[in-house]
Design a protein around this ligand. Structure first.
Ligand SMILES: [Zn+2]
Length: 379
Protein backbone atom coordinates (compact mmCIF):
# COMPACT_ATOMS: atom_id res chain seq x y z
CA UNK A 1 0.00 0.00 0.00
CA UNK A 2 1.26 3.46 -0.89
CA UNK A 3 0.99 5.89 1.92
CA UNK A 4 1.75 9.58 2.05
CA UNK A 5 2.44 11.20 5.33
CA UNK A 6 1.26 14.78 5.14
CA UNK A 7 2.22 17.20 7.81
CA UNK A 8 0.34 20.43 7.42
CA UNK A 9 1.09 23.04 10.03
CA UNK A 10 -0.30 21.87 13.33
CA UNK A 11 -1.42 18.41 12.33
CA UNK A 12 -0.29 15.15 10.78
CA UNK A 13 -2.15 12.46 8.88
CA UNK A 14 -1.52 9.36 6.82
CA UNK A 15 -3.81 8.75 3.86
CA UNK A 16 -4.02 6.34 0.97
CA UNK A 17 -3.01 8.10 -2.22
CA UNK A 18 -5.11 6.12 -4.66
CA UNK A 19 -7.84 8.60 -5.61
CA UNK A 20 -6.78 11.98 -4.43
CA UNK A 21 -7.94 15.13 -6.10
CA UNK A 22 -6.66 18.62 -5.80
CA UNK A 23 -8.84 21.65 -6.00
CA UNK A 24 -8.48 25.31 -5.21
CA UNK A 25 -10.69 27.17 -2.88
CA UNK A 26 -10.96 30.78 -1.85
CA UNK A 27 -8.88 31.53 1.19
CA UNK A 28 -6.72 34.45 2.29
CA UNK A 29 -3.63 34.80 0.10
CA UNK A 30 -0.70 33.01 1.68
CA UNK A 31 1.78 32.86 -1.17
CA UNK A 32 2.65 33.53 -4.79
CA UNK A 33 2.96 31.10 -7.67
CA UNK A 34 3.92 31.52 -11.25
CA UNK A 35 0.20 31.50 -12.04
CA UNK A 36 -0.53 34.32 -9.63
CA UNK A 37 -1.26 34.56 -5.95
CA UNK A 38 -2.44 31.41 -4.30
CA UNK A 39 -4.29 30.80 -1.14
CA UNK A 40 -4.12 27.15 -0.22
CA UNK A 41 -4.48 23.79 -1.76
CA UNK A 42 -7.05 21.40 -0.52
CA UNK A 43 -6.59 17.69 -0.81
CA UNK A 44 -9.79 15.71 -0.79
CA UNK A 45 -10.23 12.05 -0.41
CA UNK A 46 -13.87 11.12 -0.42
CA UNK A 47 -15.24 13.62 2.04
CA UNK A 48 -12.11 14.07 4.03
CA UNK A 49 -10.22 17.34 3.63
CA UNK A 50 -6.76 18.42 4.59
CA UNK A 51 -5.38 21.85 3.78
CA UNK A 52 -1.82 22.10 2.65
CA UNK A 53 -0.01 25.35 2.97
CA UNK A 54 3.18 26.22 1.15
CA UNK A 55 6.28 24.36 2.23
CA UNK A 56 4.61 21.28 3.68
CA UNK A 57 6.96 18.32 3.83
CA UNK A 58 5.97 15.02 2.22
CA UNK A 59 7.45 11.74 3.32
CA UNK A 60 6.41 8.66 1.50
CA UNK A 61 7.25 5.35 -0.08
CA UNK A 62 7.74 4.51 -2.86
CA UNK A 63 9.27 7.38 -4.91
CA UNK A 64 6.87 7.26 -7.90
CA UNK A 65 3.95 8.50 -5.85
CA UNK A 66 5.90 11.42 -4.43
CA UNK A 67 6.60 12.50 -8.00
CA UNK A 68 2.89 12.31 -8.78
CA UNK A 69 2.01 14.56 -5.88
CA UNK A 70 4.75 17.06 -6.66
CA UNK A 71 3.74 17.15 -10.34
CA UNK A 72 0.14 17.66 -9.35
CA UNK A 73 1.09 20.56 -7.14
CA UNK A 74 2.95 22.14 -10.06
CA UNK A 75 0.06 21.61 -12.49
CA UNK A 76 -2.31 23.28 -10.11
CA UNK A 77 -0.03 26.24 -9.71
CA UNK A 78 1.33 25.63 -6.26
CA UNK A 79 5.03 26.00 -5.87
CA UNK A 80 6.71 24.74 -2.79
CA UNK A 81 9.13 27.48 -1.67
CA UNK A 82 12.01 27.42 -4.21
CA UNK A 83 15.30 26.48 -2.59
CA UNK A 84 18.43 28.23 -3.87
CA UNK A 85 20.51 25.90 -6.09
CA UNK A 86 23.56 24.47 -4.35
CA UNK A 87 26.86 25.99 -5.48
CA UNK A 88 28.56 24.30 -8.46
CA UNK A 89 30.72 21.25 -7.75
CA UNK A 90 34.33 21.92 -6.90
CA UNK A 91 37.14 20.49 -9.03
CA UNK A 92 39.44 17.94 -7.43
CA UNK A 93 43.06 19.18 -7.49
CA UNK A 94 44.26 15.58 -7.10
CA UNK A 95 42.86 14.78 -10.55
CA UNK A 96 45.59 16.88 -12.14
CA UNK A 97 48.40 14.63 -13.35
CA UNK A 98 51.79 16.29 -13.83
CA UNK A 99 53.00 13.39 -15.99
CA UNK A 100 50.11 13.90 -18.39
CA UNK A 101 50.84 17.65 -18.49
CA UNK A 102 54.47 16.82 -19.33
CA UNK A 103 53.30 14.46 -22.08
CA UNK A 104 51.23 17.31 -23.55
CA UNK A 105 54.13 19.78 -23.32
CA UNK A 106 56.43 17.34 -25.13
CA UNK A 107 53.70 16.74 -27.73
CA UNK A 108 53.47 20.45 -28.53
CA UNK A 109 57.26 20.83 -28.69
CA UNK A 110 57.26 17.88 -31.12
CA UNK A 111 55.32 20.00 -33.61
CA UNK A 112 58.52 22.01 -34.23
CA UNK A 113 59.33 25.70 -33.88
CA UNK A 114 56.16 27.82 -33.67
CA UNK A 115 57.24 31.43 -34.02
CA UNK A 116 54.28 33.80 -33.83
CA UNK A 117 52.30 34.35 -37.02
CA UNK A 118 54.24 31.72 -39.04
CA UNK A 119 53.13 28.42 -40.65
CA UNK A 120 54.79 26.69 -37.67
CA UNK A 121 52.46 28.55 -35.30
CA UNK A 122 49.48 27.71 -37.49
CA UNK A 123 50.41 24.02 -37.31
CA UNK A 124 50.77 24.29 -33.52
CA UNK A 125 47.39 26.08 -33.22
CA UNK A 126 45.68 23.27 -35.14
CA UNK A 127 47.42 20.72 -32.93
CA UNK A 128 46.28 22.48 -29.72
CA UNK A 129 42.70 22.68 -30.97
CA UNK A 130 42.76 18.93 -31.68
CA UNK A 131 44.17 18.15 -28.24
CA UNK A 132 41.47 20.26 -26.57
CA UNK A 133 38.81 18.43 -28.54
CA UNK A 134 40.38 15.07 -27.66
CA UNK A 135 40.04 16.09 -23.99
CA UNK A 136 36.35 16.83 -24.55
CA UNK A 137 36.59 20.63 -24.68
CA UNK A 138 35.10 22.67 -27.55
CA UNK A 139 37.93 24.56 -29.31
CA UNK A 140 38.03 27.63 -31.53
CA UNK A 141 40.86 29.17 -33.50
CA UNK A 142 40.52 32.95 -33.58
CA UNK A 143 42.65 34.28 -36.47
CA UNK A 144 43.49 37.95 -36.89
CA UNK A 145 46.00 40.10 -38.75
CA UNK A 146 48.42 42.35 -36.87
CA UNK A 147 51.22 44.58 -38.05
CA UNK A 148 54.75 43.47 -37.06
CA UNK A 149 58.20 44.97 -37.75
CA UNK A 150 58.26 42.58 -40.75
CA UNK A 151 54.88 43.56 -42.13
CA UNK A 152 51.39 42.22 -41.45
CA UNK A 153 51.06 38.66 -40.15
CA UNK A 154 48.16 36.35 -39.40
CA UNK A 155 48.12 35.26 -35.77
CA UNK A 156 45.89 32.59 -34.25
CA UNK A 157 44.66 32.37 -30.66
CA UNK A 158 43.29 28.99 -29.63
CA UNK A 159 40.40 29.01 -27.16
CA UNK A 160 38.97 26.05 -25.27
CA UNK A 161 35.52 26.86 -23.90
CA UNK A 162 33.88 25.40 -20.80
CA UNK A 163 30.47 27.06 -20.63
CA UNK A 164 28.76 28.08 -17.40
CA UNK A 165 25.48 29.75 -16.53
CA UNK A 166 26.63 33.05 -15.02
CA UNK A 167 27.83 36.12 -16.91
CA UNK A 168 31.29 35.92 -15.34
CA UNK A 169 34.32 34.68 -17.23
CA UNK A 170 37.56 33.18 -15.95
CA UNK A 171 40.49 32.86 -18.34
CA UNK A 172 43.38 30.47 -17.77
CA UNK A 173 46.00 31.43 -20.33
CA UNK A 174 49.37 30.50 -21.81
CA UNK A 175 51.21 31.58 -24.92
CA UNK A 176 52.19 28.83 -27.33
CA UNK A 177 54.63 30.56 -29.71
CA UNK A 178 58.41 30.27 -29.54
CA UNK A 179 60.99 33.05 -29.37
CA UNK A 180 62.20 33.75 -32.92
CA UNK A 181 65.86 33.82 -33.85
CA UNK A 182 67.26 31.30 -31.36
CA UNK A 183 67.93 28.42 -33.71
CA UNK A 184 66.22 26.57 -36.55
CA UNK A 185 64.34 24.04 -34.45
CA UNK A 186 64.10 25.89 -31.19
CA UNK A 187 62.04 23.82 -28.74
CA UNK A 188 60.80 26.46 -26.32
CA UNK A 189 60.14 23.60 -23.89
CA UNK A 190 59.62 25.73 -20.79
CA UNK A 191 58.78 28.91 -22.69
CA UNK A 192 56.00 28.07 -23.87
CA UNK A 193 55.60 24.27 -23.84
CA UNK A 194 55.26 23.93 -20.05
CA UNK A 195 52.27 26.24 -19.54
CA UNK A 196 50.58 24.94 -22.71
CA UNK A 197 50.95 21.38 -21.36
CA UNK A 198 49.34 22.43 -18.07
CA UNK A 199 46.39 24.01 -19.91
CA UNK A 200 45.82 20.81 -21.91
CA UNK A 201 45.87 18.70 -18.75
CA UNK A 202 43.49 21.20 -17.13
CA UNK A 203 41.21 20.66 -20.14
CA UNK A 204 41.09 16.94 -19.35
CA UNK A 205 40.31 17.56 -15.65
CA UNK A 206 37.72 20.30 -16.23
CA UNK A 207 36.04 18.82 -19.32
CA UNK A 208 33.26 17.03 -17.46
CA UNK A 209 32.18 20.06 -15.44
CA UNK A 210 28.48 20.75 -15.17
CA UNK A 211 27.43 23.85 -17.10
CA UNK A 212 27.15 25.98 -13.98
CA UNK A 213 28.96 28.94 -12.52
CA UNK A 214 31.28 31.17 -14.52
CA UNK A 215 32.39 30.30 -18.03
CA UNK A 216 35.98 29.07 -17.99
CA UNK A 217 38.18 29.51 -21.05
CA UNK A 218 41.58 27.95 -21.67
CA UNK A 219 43.30 30.45 -23.96
CA UNK A 220 46.54 29.88 -25.89
CA UNK A 221 47.97 33.16 -27.19
CA UNK A 222 49.96 33.45 -30.40
CA UNK A 223 52.69 36.08 -30.85
CA UNK A 224 53.71 36.68 -27.24
CA UNK A 225 57.39 36.79 -28.12
CA UNK A 226 58.84 39.84 -29.84
CA UNK A 227 60.78 39.67 -33.09
CA UNK A 228 63.15 42.38 -31.86
CA UNK A 229 61.98 44.48 -28.90
CA UNK A 230 58.53 44.82 -27.38
CA UNK A 231 56.61 47.71 -28.93
CA UNK A 232 53.13 48.56 -30.18
CA UNK A 233 53.70 46.28 -33.16
CA UNK A 234 56.06 43.72 -31.65
CA UNK A 235 55.04 41.04 -29.15
CA UNK A 236 51.92 40.34 -27.03
CA UNK A 237 49.84 40.16 -30.23
CA UNK A 238 47.41 37.48 -29.06
CA UNK A 239 46.81 38.86 -25.56
CA UNK A 240 46.32 42.45 -26.74
CA UNK A 241 43.89 41.31 -29.41
CA UNK A 242 41.91 39.14 -26.99
CA UNK A 243 41.79 41.67 -24.13
CA UNK A 244 40.57 44.36 -26.52
CA UNK A 245 37.96 41.98 -27.93
CA UNK A 246 36.55 41.40 -24.42
CA UNK A 247 36.33 45.18 -23.92
CA UNK A 248 34.45 45.55 -27.22
CA UNK A 249 32.11 42.68 -26.30
CA UNK A 250 31.35 44.36 -22.96
CA UNK A 251 32.76 41.36 -21.06
CA UNK A 252 35.85 43.02 -19.56
CA UNK A 253 34.12 43.99 -16.30
CA UNK A 254 33.07 40.38 -15.70
CA UNK A 255 36.44 38.79 -16.50
CA UNK A 256 39.39 37.62 -14.40
CA UNK A 257 42.58 36.31 -15.94
CA UNK A 258 45.19 33.78 -14.81
CA UNK A 259 48.37 33.55 -16.88
CA UNK A 260 50.82 30.63 -16.67
CA UNK A 261 54.27 31.02 -18.22
CA UNK A 262 57.60 29.19 -17.76
CA UNK A 263 56.42 26.96 -14.93
CA UNK A 264 58.10 23.66 -15.80
CA UNK A 265 61.57 24.25 -14.34
CA UNK A 266 62.81 21.44 -12.08
CA UNK A 267 63.80 24.09 -9.56
CA UNK A 268 60.38 25.73 -9.37
CA UNK A 269 60.11 29.16 -7.76
CA UNK A 270 57.19 31.23 -8.94
CA UNK A 271 58.24 34.88 -8.92
CA UNK A 272 55.08 36.83 -8.14
CA UNK A 273 55.86 40.31 -9.43
CA UNK A 274 54.29 43.49 -8.09
CA UNK A 275 52.21 44.14 -11.20
CA UNK A 276 49.58 41.52 -10.44
CA UNK A 277 46.02 41.82 -9.21
CA UNK A 278 46.49 41.58 -5.41
CA UNK A 279 43.38 39.46 -4.85
CA UNK A 280 44.36 36.86 -7.46
CA UNK A 281 47.98 36.82 -6.26
CA UNK A 282 46.75 36.25 -2.70
CA UNK A 283 44.48 33.46 -3.90
CA UNK A 284 47.51 31.70 -5.40
CA UNK A 285 49.48 32.07 -2.18
CA UNK A 286 46.56 30.63 -0.22
CA UNK A 287 46.21 27.81 -2.76
CA UNK A 288 49.93 27.05 -2.44
CA UNK A 289 49.62 27.04 1.33
CA UNK A 290 46.73 24.57 1.18
CA UNK A 291 48.63 22.47 -1.35
CA UNK A 292 51.74 22.29 0.81
CA UNK A 293 53.79 24.00 -1.90
CA UNK A 294 54.04 27.54 -0.51
CA UNK A 295 57.85 27.30 -0.58
CA UNK A 296 57.67 27.33 -4.39
CA UNK A 297 56.11 30.82 -4.47
CA UNK A 298 58.02 34.03 -3.79
CA UNK A 299 57.05 37.66 -3.89
CA UNK A 300 59.23 39.57 -6.32
CA UNK A 301 59.78 43.31 -5.93
CA UNK A 302 59.82 43.90 -9.71
CA UNK A 303 57.42 44.25 -12.60
CA UNK A 304 57.19 41.62 -15.32
CA UNK A 305 55.78 42.45 -18.74
CA UNK A 306 53.83 39.47 -19.99
CA UNK A 307 50.51 38.56 -21.60
CA UNK A 308 48.65 39.59 -18.43
CA UNK A 309 49.71 43.23 -18.95
CA UNK A 310 47.18 43.79 -21.77
CA UNK A 311 44.41 42.72 -19.38
CA UNK A 312 45.61 44.83 -16.44
CA UNK A 313 45.84 47.86 -18.76
CA UNK A 314 42.15 47.39 -19.60
CA UNK A 315 41.06 47.08 -15.98
CA UNK A 316 40.74 43.29 -16.01
CA UNK A 317 42.14 41.62 -12.86
CA UNK A 318 45.05 39.41 -13.92
CA UNK A 319 47.89 37.44 -12.37
CA UNK A 320 51.08 36.10 -13.96
CA UNK A 321 52.29 32.79 -12.53
CA UNK A 322 55.83 32.73 -13.90
CA UNK A 323 59.15 31.35 -12.70
CA UNK A 324 61.49 33.92 -14.15
CA UNK A 325 64.64 32.25 -12.92
CA UNK A 326 65.32 29.44 -15.37
CA UNK A 327 68.93 28.38 -15.50
CA UNK A 328 71.83 26.21 -14.50
CA UNK A 329 72.09 27.98 -11.13
CA UNK A 330 69.91 30.43 -9.18
CA UNK A 331 69.97 33.90 -10.70
CA UNK A 332 71.57 32.90 -14.01
CA UNK A 333 68.42 32.47 -16.12
CA UNK A 334 70.69 30.99 -18.79
CA UNK A 335 68.14 28.50 -20.14
CA UNK A 336 65.74 31.32 -21.00
CA UNK A 337 65.59 32.13 -24.72
CA UNK A 338 68.57 29.89 -25.41
CA UNK A 339 69.23 26.55 -27.06
CA UNK A 340 69.16 25.04 -23.58
CA UNK A 341 65.37 25.43 -23.24
CA UNK A 342 64.75 21.76 -23.98
CA UNK A 343 62.29 19.15 -22.71
CA UNK A 344 64.87 17.44 -20.48
CA UNK A 345 64.70 20.52 -18.24
CA UNK A 346 60.99 20.03 -17.57
CA UNK A 347 59.64 18.49 -14.39
CA UNK A 348 56.29 16.71 -14.07
CA UNK A 349 56.33 17.59 -10.35
CA UNK A 350 56.55 21.33 -11.09
CA UNK A 351 53.73 21.11 -13.62
CA UNK A 352 51.67 19.23 -11.06
CA UNK A 353 52.18 21.89 -8.37
CA UNK A 354 51.06 24.62 -10.76
CA UNK A 355 48.12 22.56 -12.04
CA UNK A 356 46.86 21.73 -8.55
CA UNK A 357 47.21 25.32 -7.30
CA UNK A 358 45.43 26.63 -10.39
CA UNK A 359 42.54 24.24 -9.73
CA UNK A 360 42.33 25.47 -6.13
CA UNK A 361 42.18 29.07 -7.34
CA UNK A 362 39.52 28.12 -9.89
CA UNK A 363 37.50 26.57 -7.06
CA UNK A 364 37.80 29.80 -5.05
CA UNK A 365 36.70 31.85 -8.08
CA UNK A 366 33.76 29.54 -8.79
CA UNK A 367 32.69 29.85 -5.12
CA UNK A 368 33.04 33.65 -5.34
CA UNK A 369 30.85 33.61 -8.47
CA UNK A 370 28.17 31.58 -6.64
CA UNK A 371 28.04 34.17 -3.83
CA UNK A 372 27.82 37.06 -6.33
CA UNK A 373 25.08 35.32 -8.31
CA UNK A 374 23.06 34.49 -5.17
CA UNK A 375 23.34 38.08 -3.97
CA UNK A 376 22.29 39.46 -7.40
CA UNK A 377 19.29 37.07 -7.50
CA UNK A 378 18.11 38.09 -4.03
CA UNK A 379 17.87 41.78 -5.02
ZN1 LIG B 1 59.76 33.93 -23.91
Amino acid sequence: MNLYTIRPPGQAAAISSNDWKFRRRKLPIIGKTRFGNFQSLELTKRNRKIDIAAGVAFNRAPMKKTCLVICSLLVFGCTVEKKPAPPPRQFDPAQFDGKKALFEAVGLVGQGARDGGTPGAEKAANYLAKRLQAAGVAAEIDAFTNMTPRGPRIFRNVIGKLPGDSTNLILVCSHFDTKPGICENFQGANDSGSSSGVLLELARVLAKREKRGPEIQLVFFDGEESLHEYSEIDGFHGSRFYAQKLVEQGRAKNTQMILLDMIGDQNLTVTLSNNNDPKLATMFLQAAEADGSRAHFQLWPYQIGDDHSAFLERGIPAVDIIDFDYGSAPGRNDYWHTLADTTDKLSADSLQIIGRCTIRVLNALVAEDAVKTASANSK
